[in-house]
Ligand binder design. Sequence first.
Ligand code: 2AM
Ligand code: CA
Ligand code: CA
Ligand code: CA
Length: 266
Amino acid sequence: MEPNFESLCNEAISLIRQTGNFIREERANHPLTIETKGKNDFVTHIDKGSEERLVKGLKTLLPESGFIAEEATSTEKGERFNWVIDPIDGTTNFIHGLSPFAISVALMDAQEVVIGIVYEMGLDEMFFAWKGSKAYLNGKEISVSSRPTVADSLIATGFPYTQYHRMGDFMKTLDHFMRKSHGLRRLGSAATDLAYVACGRFEGFYEYNLNPWDVAAGAFIVQQAGGKNADFTGGNNYIFGKEIISANPLIFDEFLRDIKLFMEEK
Ligand code: 2AM
Ligand code: CA
Ligand code: CA
Ligand code: CA
C-alpha cells in the first residue's frame, strides 16, 4: 500500500519532538560523553541516543524502510524507502552550549525525497514539508525570500573540515561574498542554514563536503518553499554529491555563476 506522506510526516514530527525532549533532558541532567571520530569530528552519547530513538520510532512508522544515518546505529537498507537521519546537526555547537543545532530527518522514495523535517532546538522551530505540500515552520506556511540580487542577500556557508586542497578556492568565495553581498554567516548547522533559506532569512547557502544527512531534509524544504538547489556545476547531484548551493530563484543563477567562478573543479 502507498504510504500517506502527510500523515507519515506528522507522525515523524511527534517522534522528533519526543527525541528533542530526550536531548534537552539528557543535556541538562547528565555529563556529556564526547568521543572523537577524527580531527574536529565529535560525537556525544546524546547523538547516539537520539539516533537510536529516531531509528526505532521511524521503523515502527514504516516497517519496510531502511536507514542512512550519520552515527550508523542502523545500516539496514530499504528496497524502496530510506530515512536519512542526522540525530544532531551542529554537534560542535551542542557541545559548547550554543545554538543552532537541529534534528534532521528526510524520507527518500528511491532517489526522490518525499518528506523533509528540520527541528532547530534552540528556537524550538520545526520546519517541514512532504511531497506535494508547501513548506511550513511551526505549522505556518513559509517561502523563500524575494530579494533579487546577491548584493541584497545574506549568504550562509560552512567551513571545510577536509579536502583542504579546495580551501584556497573556498577562501576566495568568502572574500568575494564579503565584498559583494549584504553579509556572510556561518552558523555551524547545515540543516538549519537550509531551513533558513526556506523561510527567507538567508537568500543563499553553499558548502562542500557535506553528507546526505546534512542536506536531504533541508534542501527538500527549500524546494517546497519555492527555492532551488544544485551542485556546484548546476546539476542535481546535491544530496550525495558533497557540494550544495541553495537559494531563492531570483538570485540563483547569479549566485551559481559566482560560486562556479571559484569552486568549479578543474
Ligand atoms: P554535524 O554537526 O552533524 O557533524 C557545519 O558546517 C556542518 O558540517 C554541520 O552540518 C556539521 O554536522 C558538519 N560537520 C561538522 N564536523 C564535520 C566534520 N568533521 N566533517 C564533515 N562535516 C562536519
Ligand atoms: Ca558529525
Ligand atoms: Ca550534520
Ligand atoms: Ca550529526
